[in-house]
Design a protein around this ligand. Structure first.
Ligand SMILES: NC(=O)c1ccc[n+]([C@@H]2O[C@H](COP(=O)([O-])OP(=O)(O)OC[C@H]3O[C@@H](n4cnc5c(N)ncnc54)[C@H](OP(=O)(O)O)[C@@H]3O)[C@@H](O)[C@H]2O)c1
Length: 279
């Protein structure tokens, strides 16, 4: 495993496992247990995924020391605000069966996220959270928070994949010492992701799949990625990206796939705000 070092010195695995859209608790626990057996140690969940207890159970059952893991959760919009965020963090700690969470993110830039952030800063100072950050913060929101928060955000998790590469956003995040983390590293298979000709052709040179090439591209850009799969053989495939290096020419070709726009959602659209507020 390779690691990135966050602005506060904390080491974070560059590759982890995401559990969005695995709402069935038994299925989620089984998937996380499989992921742990494959070798994943970074597990990315969220209050909104409603599966934190399954993640906690799988980690407990692994028998591995808590310090082996890097656990991420996110505060949902309905839990925003200082008091509510604190109560929700206590709930997350309970469900995850842990004394501390490695990384807590504000899930969306809506509702009273400054209040949430102050709660996160307090828990950070108390050692109950090891790193704090945000998710889905476009550069303007990110810079605002970075300028005015007491403790600057350390991570920003945003949609990042070969069709929406976040080249400019990565520069802005870096300027403020913020580590970029990719959600949807396969764009959830949209746009014929897994049969993309460029990715497949490049992969053939190395005996790798399109998925592996796409993850390797993020790793070589220094971006943390958290692919999701409920299939163990795919988990293993997605984990096996540290024994080859894409050439500069491959990197250039993949850069051409960038459409510079989301395949999912526009956080500047009022309908998005309404939709997420009711989620
Ligand atoms: N912060 C946010 O707002 C936000 C939003 C979305 C996601 N996330 C996080 O990011 C994680 C990853 O994103 P995501 O789950 O949306 O999508 P993703 O990782 O881009 O794609 C997951 C999809 O790809 C399939 N898949 C995985 N590996 C494959 C492979 N090697 N070959 C073929 N198909 C493969 C999976 O199917 P199977 O499961 O059937 O194998 C699943 O349908 C989430 O789980 C979550 O932790 C965060």
């Amino acid at each position: 495993m390779e690691y990135v070092t966050l602005s506060n010195g904390l080491k974070m695995p560059i590759l982890g496992f995401g559990v969005y859209q695995v709402p069935d608790l038994a299925e989620c626990e089984r998937a996380v247990s499989d992921a742990i057996a494959v070798g994943y140690r970074l597990i990315d969940t969220a209050q909104a995924y409603q599966n934190e207890e399954a993640v906690g159970a799988a980690i407990k059952k692994s028998g591995l020391a808590r310090e082996e893991f890097f656990l991420t959760t996110k505060i949902w919009i309905s839990n925003a605000g200082y008091e509510k965020a604190k109560a929700s963090l206590d709930e997350s700690l309970r469900k995850l069966q842990t004394d501390y969470i490695d990384l807590v993110l504000i899930h969306q830039p809506f509702n009273d996220y400054y209040g949430s952030y102050r709660a996160m800063e307090e828990y950070y100072k108390a050692g109950k959270i090891k790193a704090i950050g945000v998710s889905n913060f476009y550069p303007d929101r990110l810079v605002d928070l970075a300028l005015f928060a007491e403790i600057p955000p350390m991570v920003n998790q945003v949609e990042t994949h070969v069709f929406n590469q976040q080249i400019e956003a990565q520069k802005v995040n870096s300027e403020y010492g913020v580590q970029l983390e990719s959600w949807g590293p396969f764009a959830e298979g949209k746009n014929h992701f897994f049969t993309n000709e460029t990715l497949v052709t490049i992969g053939k040179q190395y005996g790798k799949s399109a998925a592996q090439v796409a993850l390797r591209y993020l790793v070589q850009r220094g971006i943390v990625a958290i692919p999701k799969s409920v299939h163990k053989e795919r988990m293993a495939q997605n984990f096996d990206v540290f024994d080859f290096t894409l050439s500069d020419d491959d990197m250039d070709r993949i850069r051409q796939l960038d459409q510079k726009t989301s395949l999912f959602i526009d956080h500047h659209n009022p309908e998005t705000v309404k939709f997420l507020a009711n989620y």
